[in-house]
Design a protein around this ligand. Structure first.
Ligand SMILES: Nc1ncnc2c1ncn2[C@@H]1O[C@H](COP(=O)(O)OP(=O)(O)OP(=O)(O)O)[C@@H](O)[C@H]1O
Length: 227
């Protein structure tokens, strides 16, 4: 599929398969089209040509709403509500009020459940957004740079939670700038300037480039034009 944004091509002839129950990392330089690709899969992107199917249905189909969770790059929370009220709001929409506590616990915010969102740090707000996405118990979780602004301990903790979700059968697609996070992924989609550079595992990336360090491997692949 291809996407035009602002009259210019933002994605060009992308053809990928994202495996179920695994963590797929989406990596590439700023502006290469990562968010556009995520929005296309969620079904919120206009000017898409070609075909995008999610769980066997066209992206954005009404039946997919509770099945696909999306956490945008900027935390989207209601500042005048508490953490619990934010998550409860989405639980009400999806009919999953029994999942409120487990979703707040899953992002490590139990002790902040009654705090007003406006009083939280940036990293805590991001985690509220994630809890709101988890509360529908989605089968597919689309995360746009979910660990930006988080300290290394919290980052490692979130990646452990992502792994547990994948082990439970959830399909995760996670965009990142940080190549050490690529290490945590089962599969990698590497992009550049709206195009697909490669679709491979971290080990395949190392083998193809001869670099053990994934950052160096990615740069080598980019310089070689994805060949
Ligand atoms: N609202 C918009 N209108 C027009 N063009 C846009 C819009 N948003 C993004 N673009 C363009 O689409 C292309 C892809 O942007 P996108 O946000 O998908 O990149 P990205 O890889 O997610 O970047 P980053 O890592 O910086 O978030 C860029 O060339 C950008 O200028």
């Amino acid at each position: 599929m291809s996407v035009r944004r602002g009259g210019h091509p933002a994605l060009r002839d992308i053809g990928i398969d994202i495996p179920r129950g695994a963590i797929t990392g989406l990596l590439g330089p700023s502006g290469c089209g990562k968010t556009t690709l995520l929005r296309t899969i969620v079904g919120t992107q206009s000017h898409v040509s070609g075909q995008v199917d999610v769980l066997g249905r066209p992206a954005g189909s009404p039946e997919l709403r509770g099945l696909v969770g999306y956490v945008t790059q900027a935390a989207s929370v209601y500042e005048d509500l508490t953490v619990a009220q934010n998550v409860h709001y989405f639980a009400t929409i999806f009919g999953t009020k029994d999942a409120v506590s487990e979703s707040i616990a899953a992002v490590g915010l139990d002790d902040k459940a009654d705090a007003q969102a406006s009083d939280l740090s940036g990293g805590q707000r991001s985690r509220v957004s994630l809890a709101c996405a988890l509360v529908s118990r989605p089968q597919v979780l689309i995360l746009d740079e979910p660990t930006v602004g988080l300290d290394p301990v919290l980052r490692a903790d979130l990646w452990r939670r992502f792994r547990r979700l994948a082990d439970d059968g959830v399909t995760l697609l996670v965009s990142s700038h940080v190549m050490d996070e690529a290490e945590q992924c089962d599969n990698l989609i590497l992009m550049r300037e709206g195009g697909l550079v490669a679709e491979l595992t971290p080990d395949e990336l190392r083998a193809r480039t001869g670099h053990n360090n994934l950052e160096k491997a990615f740069l080598a692949l980019i310089e070689a034009g994805g060949q």
